[in-house]
Design a binder for this molecule. Sequence first.
Ligand code: URP
Ligand code: ZN
Ligand code: ZN
Ligand code: ZN
Length: 467
Amino acid sequence: MTRTVIRGGLVVTAAEELHADVLIEDGRIAALAATGSSAAEAWSADTVIEAGGHYVIPGGVDVHTHMELPFGGTAASDTFETGTRAAAWGGTTTIVDFAVQPVGGSLREGLDAWHAKAEGNCAIDYGFHTIVSDVNESVLKEMDSLVDSGESTSFKLFMAYPGVFYSDDGRILRAMQRGAVNGGLIMMHAENGIAIDVLVEQALAAGKTDPRYHGEVRRELLEAEATHRAIKLAQVAGSPLYVVHVSAASALAELARARDDGLNVFGETCPQYLFLSTDNLAEPDFEGAKYVCSTPLRPREHQEALWRGLRTNDLQVVSTDHCPFCFAGQKELGRGDFSKIPNGLPGVENRMDLLHQAVVDGRISRRRWIEIACATPARMFGLYPRKGTIAPGADADLVIYDPAAVQTVSAATHHMNVDYSAYEGRQLTGRARTVLSRGTVVLDDGRWLGRAGHGAFLRRDTCQYLT
Ligand code: URP
Ligand code: ZN
Ligand code: ZN
Ligand code: ZN
């Protein structure tokens, strides 16, 4: 048996903060005991990690990433190897990525393809949601068996991207009805893609080709409308609903109203919506393309509403929607036509630190930081308490976090396989010093010690967050 003790840190979970030592046995947390107590002093260990002056937090759980996602004739530039390594550098030790049902194919084929990309390549543990691009009878049956086996207990549907991922309301309702029975959680990309495509066509016809028009045609009203419609469909189906990448204040208001009505409706936002805005999309010389994602960045005033939603628990999760495309050769596909810019931003390495900055700035508490970035994502997607907390029996996915370290974010120093940073030049206080995945140190003081293939596939329970 291998035993590691982490001594002298401030253990922070969603539930509490305590000065405690943590005992790890064979990759799992065996015990916590107050620092200096006779119980903690009595522990013998092969390895002692000093954490004085640091936080000891659960590894981050990022439940929305797209490694190697094919999109718009290209593919997201992080592989499972580079993307999971970058995640660990940023203090994230679990990702849940999206396997895509191929057009005319089955969910099984999508999952097989994504397993083949990930297996043997990940530095940290990983799971899969399934993107359902065609709801039909055999797909509905597949959903049952995937939930039963725990291979994929959540399913993303799209009200956007007609002709690609889009599902009409009837298909959405059928999937929700099935989820209501089998326990699978429906995740929704809520934007009215049919209407958006009309506005895209009209904008291009009027010569509006710049990246900033991506933000203009993907109207806030059309996010709010789709969010409202998704909520009503879920209500008809009697199913819970998780709305991904919420960016608009009015969409958040729809979620808040539904939650006030007692519905199991949940919302996720992402760092780009909390820290970036349409000002970035309007950057000259096509630089705005770096910030093209869907839902789009919104005017600055939406940020305050999103922070408020995180404080009031109308938003429960912050994930990244990490979907990187290099500026050179990938974002550039949309020069002269914003609709051809591949959609997505890099961020898997930055999420924990950006949210810690919000703690420093007094926007959220330390415990809320852990709740929205670790504990609730784990509960929402059936990984708790194995992931997302520090408790006996949990996987020893831990971060020794230096709350005083100052860093300047830059593509020159980040580990994501993408040639720009959406947060270039931003100074942040706080950084992961030591990262453990199932008890194995993968990062220590700026030295990478992890390895591709250490990360294991995670079977998951159904949503553990229902009221
Ligand atoms: O722009 C984004 N978000 N790209 C990834 C695909 C999605 O809709 O999540
Ligand atoms: Zn202390
Ligand atoms: Zn989406
Ligand atoms: Zn996404």
